[in-house]
Design a protein around this ligand. Structure first.
Ligand code: MG
Length: 220
């Protein structure tokens, strides 16, 4: 019997890439307005690609980008940072049905956790902004174990905090090689959040699949 559900965060509860792309695009427009010489459309793509390769959780992608392109100025960087932050917050939104589903699961008595590879503080910033931080009994972030999924360690840490056995827990996530494989290795039930899956690679078959968040309640 399933007593607990662990969730991946990005692309499972939040369309992370959507807000990152929108905010980076706003930063590119602001950079041009502040004096960066270049084509707006090209810059948007270059800046986002650089963000991905430099580290999507990094704090200095615009500074590094400007320096790499010999275009650094405090004026341009400031404009980029402000535009990014202004666009970021209104776009940190959960997928449709997330709040309702989490509430329903809590009412049914399931223990809930987050198991993410994101830095813990950044995960909490996103959870807090979406107004769902208090729904989870525990949040396991990268620093908690220093290991990325599919390592068993982050899952182990969450299950220990929830006081449940692996066979009593289901993990929901969008990334087959991290979330599904990690849950399998741990002996947990695995559920692929199909709507967020954007990785081409080895097919790892999950125990169940959901096309929208609300369906999690049905597969339990
Ligand atoms: Mg994910």
């Amino acid at each position: 019997m399933i007593k607990a559900i662990t969730f991946d965060l990005d692309m499972t509860l939040i369309d992370f890439m959507n807000y990152k792309r929108k905010a980076t695009s706003a930063a590119a427009s602001a950079m041009i307005k502040a004096g960066y010489t270049g084509d707006r459309k090209k810059l948007k793509k270059e800046l986002f690609d650089f963000y991905l390769s430099h580290g999507i959780e990094s704090d200095d992608p615009f500074e590094k980008f400007l320096k790499n392109h010999k275009s650094y100025s405090d004026r341009i960087l400031a404009a980029a940072i402000n535009a990014y932050l202004k666009s970021k917050y209104p776009n940190i939104k959960p997928y449709p049905g997330v709040k309702k589903t989490l509430k329903k699961l809590k009412q049914k008595g399931y223990k809930l956790a987050i198991v993410t590879d994101a830095p813990k503080l950044k995960a909490y910033v996103r959870l807090d902004e979406m107004g769902i931080a208090d729904m989870f009994d525990v949040v396991v972030g990268l620093e908690d174990t220093g290991r990325h999924k599919p390592s068993k360690l982050p899952f182990k840490k969450a299950l220990k905090a929830l006081h449940v056995k692996p066979s009593e827990a289901m993990h929901v996530g969008d990334w087959r090689e991290k979330d599904v494989l990690g849950a399998k290795k741990m002996g947990m039930r695995s559920c692929l959040a199909h709507y967020g899956d954007q990785h081409i690679g080895r097919k790892v078959w999950a125990d169940c699949y959901v096309d929208k968040v609300e369906d999690i309640v049905k597969v339990l």
